[in-house]
Design a protein around this ligand. Structure first.
Ligand SMILES: [Zn+2]
Length: 157
């Protein structure tokens, strides 16, 4: 059975929820290879106190481990929020074929908002982009998180 983008985005969303529960900015990611989820990740920057602990990088690490290959050229990444410059860079470096985005991030996104690192002809690899999958849910997750945070009076970003 061929599963839809929505199906896998739901998996990414579940990862984002895990981050939410930990008090992390709720971003989740899964990487799919031949219909199978081979890497999952959620943002744990605060918990790890590490800027490299973005959802996408964690998922890439796991997917590469699973395939025993740094090259993820037959993979699709599903991520609830448009990737930042660091993660977009890693996506290009990993040769990921396609990225499916929940909601865009006008303030920091590098898959079309500020710039589009995923599709620059000057690089040796370009990534197909699909955006707006479960956009409302993914956006709401972020909005709810920051609303709650403001109530508590702290700011992790
Ligand atoms: Zn990132």
């Amino acid at each position: 059975m061929i599963k839809t983008d929505e199906y896998y985005m739901k998996e990414a969303y579940k990862q984002g929820k895990k981050a939410y529960k930990l008090g992390e900015v709720p971003i989740g990611c899964v990487i799919v290879h031949q219909g199978e989820v081979i890497g999952r990740g959620y943002n744990r920057r605060m918990k790890d106190q590490n800027t490299l602990s973005h959802a996408e990088l964690i998922a890439i690490k796991r997917a590469s481990k699973k395939l025993n290959d740094w090259r993820l050229d037959d993979c699709t990444m599903y991520v609830t929020l448009e990737p930042c410059q660091m993660c977009a860079g890693a996506i290009v470096q990993g040769r990921i074929k396609r990225v499916v985005i929940g909601c865009m991030n006008p303030k920091a996104g590098c898959a079309g908002s500020i710039l589009n690192l995923l599709d620059m002809k000057e690089f040796n690899h370009q990534v197909e982009i699909t955006s707006g999958i479960m956009e409302e849910e993914c956006g709401k997750l972020m909005k709810d998180f920051f609303k709650e945070l403001r109530k508590k009076g702290s700011n992790p970003s």
